[in-house]
Design a protein. Structure first.
Length: 382
């Protein structure tokens, strides 16, 4: 049994919850523990929680109470933080392409640090957030990640020097560099390579009299699902060594934007079996949760996405098993989540599947498509 299905989130504990499925249980104590582990692995690096992966107020409050800051991608996310008492001045706006109205409103609220990756975005920032501090989003190697991001965002390294000089020319404050090695990155060396590229740009800017104040290590810090991933300690060792060896100077602020690493393993989805069929030579299991109700990541990769799964069937792991195609409740076949998933042969309507490592990109993706509601969020721990 993986850690995602143990302790406060173990099936035998969850089975006493008297609530209709689907629901998502999150252990807030585990979120706090993972944040402490993150800070210990990257000493001196301030975490800015990437709230897009799970913006539940309980998660945000836990992250804040444990000393983390926040990274946002929209004005809507900033408004959520303001309602919790977070000061906009403490927030990073890391979306490289932003609506002009969002820029202006965030700037008016007191947010002063914005990312960019193009001359067009710099001109937008100069108009709607004059004098603000800007940090460059770099395109770096993200081929070791499950979800590469470089096709959509990131300036090429050879453009970095000129873009930050242009920022100053437009009356903005060249503040820092950020990058993203891709979501669920499995190669610690990706951070070293990105730090090295950043260091070269920082060194080149010294001739222009520009000394950057921040290096942001971005996101991509992985969580454990089924496949092995490097630990945060392994990644921290590589990243901190690179910072010590490859930068021309140490910026005043070292930042990072963890999301999945902090919350994925803290959540378990409980989904009820609503149907079992045999068709097309395969066993099919229908759940009251599908891709549209929170399990979208299972359909985002051509190879699928494996989550640790347990069931309420007595003797799970010891009784006879069969491979199942596991799908959701909607009338859309594209909400099918798992293929060939081994489950107890006797599983049937009324049983429950417990899907581990479900704390990230589930509630934030969930909709009421076809009239089926998102999972009910529950929280344990403190």
């Amino acid at each position: 049994m993986t850690t995602a299905l143990a302790g406060a989130l173990a099936p035998e504990v969850l089975s006493i919850i008297d609530l209709p499925t689907p629901y998502l249980v999150t252990d807030l104590g585990e979120v706090a523990r993972r944040l402490r582990a993150f800070r210990a692995a990257l000493p001196g690096v301030q975490p800015f929680y990437a709230m897009k992966c799970n913006p539940s107020p309980e998660i945000l409050a836990t992250v804040r109470a444990n000393g983390a800051s926040f990274e946002i991608a929209s004005l809507g996310e900033l408004r959520m933080l303001e309602r919790l008492g977070v000061q906009p001045a403490d927030v990073l706006y890391s979306n490289p392409v932003k609506p002009p109205s969002h820029i202006a409103a965030a700037h008016a609220a007191g947010l002063w640090r914005f990312s960019f990756d193009s001359p067009n975005e710099l001109r937008k920032l100069a108009e709607h957030a004059p004098g603000s501090a800007v940090f460059l989003r770099l395109h770096v190697d993200d081929t070791s990640s499950s979800f590469p991001l470089s096709r959509k965002f990131g300036a090429e390294p050879h453009e970095g020097h000129d873009l930050l000089v242009l920022a100053r020319r437009l009356g903005l404050r060249p503040y820092g560099i950020t990058f993203h090695v891709g979501s669920q990155c499995a190669n610690p060396a990706a951070w070293r390579q990105a730090v090295e590229i950043s260091g070269k740009i920082m060194a080149s800017l010294l001739d222009e009299g520009i000394r950057l104040e921040m290096l942001d290590l971005g996101g991509g810090f992985p969580a454990r699902y089924v496949e092995h991933v490097p630990s945060i300690e392994e990644i921290g060792t590589v990243a901190m060594t690179a910072i010590g060896e490859l930068l021309p100077y140490r910026p005043g602020l070292l930042a990072a934007e963890p999301g999945r690493n902090l919350v994925a393993e803290a959540g378990v989805m409980a989904a009820g079996v609503i149907g079992r069929e045999f068709r097309g030579g395969a066993n099919w299991l229908f759940l009251d949760v599908g891709a549209y109700n929170g399990m979208m990541e299972t359909v985002q990769l051509p190879t699928g996405w494996d989550f640790p799964v347990w069931s309420s069937v007595a003797g799970h792991g010891e009784v006879a098993e069969l491979p199942f195609t596991v799908t959701g409740p909607s009338c859309d076949s594209s909400d099918t989540m798992f293929h060939g998933l081994l489950l107890p042969a006797s599983i049937d309507v009324g049983d429950v599947l417990y899907i581990g490592s479900a704390g990230a990109y589930t509630l934030s993706y969930a909709s009421a498509f076809n009239g089926f509601p998102p999972p009910t969020p529950l929280f344990v721990g403190s």
